[in-house]
Ligand binder design. Sequence first.
Ligand code: OGA
Ligand code: NI
Length: 439
Amino acid sequence: MGSPKHKSPKYFVNFLLTAAAQESKWRGVRVGEHAVSIMVVFIHPRIFDNEFDLILLFMATPINAISTKCREKSFQSFDAKVVNNQPSNIPSEYVWSDEDKPSTDIKELQVPILDISSFLSGQDDHVATSQAFRLVSEAAKLHGFFLVTNHGVQEGILARAYKCMGTFFDLPASEKQKAKRKWGEISGYADSFYSELPWKETLTFRFSAEEKLRSGTETVKDYVSKTMGDGNEEFGTVFHEYSEAMNTLSLNIIEFLGMSLGIERRYMREFYRDNDSILRLNYYPPCKQPNHTLGTGPHTDPTSLTILYQDHVGGLQVFVENQWRSIAPKPQSFVVNIGDTFMALTNGIYRSCLHRAVVNKERERKSLAFFLCPQMDKVVKPPKELLEVSGQRLYPNFTWSMFLEFTQKHYRSDKNTLQKFSDWLRSKEVIDNKLAGQS
Ligand code: OGA
Ligand code: NI
């Protein structure tokens, strides 16, 4: 992006708007804030006279207003019944840039299948266990995706959650809006950090194992009864029950992953016992132009471990060795993937990988994602066994609450996020130390 070569106010305004447009591409909705900082960095030191100082001041206000408007827009619900009403083309907000548009010729990615119950019950079968460790470990080092079967989640719990999800997304928009997600909050209906809007509706719940252990509070149930009121209690009961089942399963998987790295058996289970996790329901309606949009844009999960139940339709894709590859639905199994926080906890040995969801013309698709996250204030720092193997620390200490805030307020979560967050933490540490030295 160039800098203004002369100082006509008209040029200045044009430059600013171009900067804002560029920024909206890079950073999603935070158009205004970045345009203002760009303006300060690029223009202010060069021109530095009163006329421009004044314009700078005046521009800051409306530009920040644009930013707030965009934020509000990004939290507006995507209502399939409304957007699908148009005769042929999808609205332009949902059209993604050419580089992100999905291609049709995608090969399937073969991922290992972990039979978790056999692992839990058959600890004595050393051959089978070490084979499972080896296969999952290889995948976790390469892309972090694998399947879990024999997971112990009762069929009935899954069926109830899936059915309830359909009931929720079928509700009239006004009903769904009661649970509208607010800026900076975890739970709620619909969300987006992208300027290119995703072709989906979502409902997200915070699930706190810690509150359950400490005071018996059932966070999902409480949220539903507070926001959605009478008549919707079933959602609370069903999604709470589903989250509890996911909590149990995720602790089993995380124990397996820890052991596959040679870490003492209880370590990872203990680390995540009081987790502060997230359950997200994704509803992807059919789309008239599926090749122009995405259900979920390319991202990594900033969380620790994702357990995804996808229905039979398919649409999940993973970016491996410079290619998008699909993960085909497999009945009675969950797709598991590693998130940025677990990548940091393993000092980068196990990887979180870019993935996305595509949509299609004919069929709606639903998925339920449970994101295991540590308790908010727990320090994420690799266990000593891993440091002995891998030596140097790749990421500084951080807490999930710091990383969550960073991903929600500053950057969308992509393959560079964890690195940017680490760099930011390190620079912050330098500044904090300097300030501490001065006082
Ligand atoms: C997610 C996600 C993929 C899918 O919710 O983070 O990657 O297939 N979902 O719904
Ligand atoms: Ni994801």
